[in-house]
Design a protein around this ligand. Structure first.
Ligand code: ZN
Length: 291
């Protein structure tokens, strides 16, 4: 059962309340490690995420650790089932979501990411971070609750900015220390407490490559579940400064002409989309470069 759907058909449920109406159920399956890390999805032997039905579940003889309602997909109820460690039938394998980046559409990727984040939220807040008492799941909200502290723990989302710095027909791309292969990408960073996203863009660009940026244009956002980022994409116009990299974060950074780019991120990522959007814009201005 391949994981394909019409994105318009997904009805998002922010609440934890499962519907009373009886519908067919579909499942995304997630493995929880011994330390409750939930970053593996059930995939078939070809490496595609499985969107399972009840009969698929019967073939998997591993204890279900928890289950969480996600919403309605193509008229069926979609759940995420969390499994403990155990042997899988030969036709299945556990794989991380990054393996699906170039397989799933943006919407499918987002939904699979949501399943992982909900599973992880459940295990990240088993105990209250303030008093240490065991938490309980709220009856309505997607929240774990500590009664003595009157404290609620929602799925944790960390805002991050991701920015394509532009200078005429050039873009500034960096090979990041954290990247496992030689690939040049946009700059990114976490928003600090008390900081606006725009301030974060200017600060991170200055810290990572020593360049000052002027006008910012918001592009779009993307949930990036590794583990709980919300990427807010921007274009930033170069204003001043020569590239001076922060070697703890960046291996190399350069200006590239938009039609002479190195290996860049997949179109499924907002980094890839920022680049594609900008290149398209420049091609329209300079049709002579069109292939
Ligand atoms: Zn507490």
């Amino acid at each position: 059962m391949s994981f394909r759907f019409d994105p318009a058909s997904f009805e998002f449920h922010a609440s934890a309340v499962a519907p009373v109406v009886s519908r067919n159920r579909r499942f995304l399956m997630v493995a929880a490690s011994a330390t409750y890390r939930c970053d593996q999805l059930l995939c078939d032997r070809h490496g595609h995420v499985v969107l399972a039905n009840e009969s698929h579940l019967q073939n998997i003889d591993i204890t279900v650790a928890s289950e969480h309602y996600l919403g309605v997909l193509n008229g069926e109820d979609l759940w995420v089932m969390v499994y403990g460690i155990g042997p899988l039938p030969d036709e299945y394998q556990w794989l991380g979501l990054r393996s699906q980046l170039e397989i799933l559409s943006t919407n499918e990727f987002q939904l699979a990411g949501r399943a992982l984040q909900i599973a992880q939220w459940f295990y990240d807040h088993r105990y209250c971070g303030r008093c240490g008492q065991e938490t309980l799941q709220d009856h309505i909200d997607r929240a774990k609750v500590c009664s003595p502290c009157d404290l609620r723990f929602y799925p944790r989302i960390s805002p991050c900015m991701i920015v394509l710095v532009t200078r005429g027909e050039e873009v500034l791309l960096a090979h990041h220390q954290r990247s496992s292969r030689v690939m040049y990408s946009t700059l990114a960073g976490f928003v600090e407490a008390g900081e606006s996203v725009e301030e974060c863009v200017r600060r991170e660009v200055m810290e990572e490559v020593g360049v000052r940026v002027g006008k910012l244009d918001y592009f779009r956002s993307q949930p990036w579940p590794f583990p709980g980022q919300l990427m807010l994409g921007f274009f930033a116009e170069y204003e001043a400064g020569d590239i001076r990299i922060d070697p703890t974060e960046i291996v190399d950074a350069k200006w590239f002409r938009y039609d002479q780019l190195p290996q860049t991120p997949a179109p499924a990522s907002v980094a890839g989309q920022l680049l594609a959007h900008h290149i398209e814009r420049l091609r329209q201005i300079n049709p002579i470069h069109q292939e």
